[in-house]
Design a protein around this ligand. Sequence first.
Ligand code: PEP
Length: 255
Amino acid sequence: MNKERKLIIAGNWKMNKTVAEALALVNSLKLELAKVKEVDIVVCPPFTALESVSKAILESKNIRLGAQNMSENNFGAFTGEICAGMLKEFSVRYVILGHSERRQYQKESNELIARKAKAVHGASLKPIVCVGETLAEREAGQMEKVLETQVRGSLAGLTKEQTVETIIAYEPVWAIGTGKTATTQQAQEAHAFIRRLLVKLFDEAAAKKVRIQYGGSVKPNNAKELMSQPDVDGALVGGASLEARSFADIIKNSI
Ligand code: PEP
């Protein structure tokens, strides 16, 4: 597939996988995906498996490491938090921010996500900033309003250069872990809306460089069609990234 932007496909393992299970998964992925050059591949294990997975992919040319969250602070009395310096010890390159589960359960606000995004860039890491509407919001015709508020709020204070290095993940909440995927048309419409918003916030050249992932029940059988949309530049994968076969097939089918 010849795309303007390089595809980036990330697996969010969430609160799954012991160290032994994480190693088994990443070792299978290394074998399955050794020849793939066309896609930036990212795995995001839980914090406890970062060190082992990092060592396992040390020699890998195409699999990079991501974290699922990060503190906006650099050190100090923040019990239970993990800062950028700790992630960098394990060669983490990407950090998922503002996943809908954290927005829902940890009550993360756009303001907090923006502070975290600044800290991620401050450490020369790349944030994957998640946005997406709930079913009630979509049905009330508020999708664009919600996306605009989340994108503006979560990227607030980033420079143009930082925004270009930010990955945005459009994840309609109603499609996450439900088996309901957005249609290719729904995904493309939302992605195009986000890109038009980036033109308003910065300019056309910058907006063209930002990679926008789709997330929400991406599977091997729907990946190709979703990735073929002009403004879909990759995927953030939950459930199907927990098994080597399905994650590898999503990537191979996307090329
Ligand atoms: C996610 O949680 O980011 C996600 C997209 O999950 P799933 O692929 O399981 O819908």
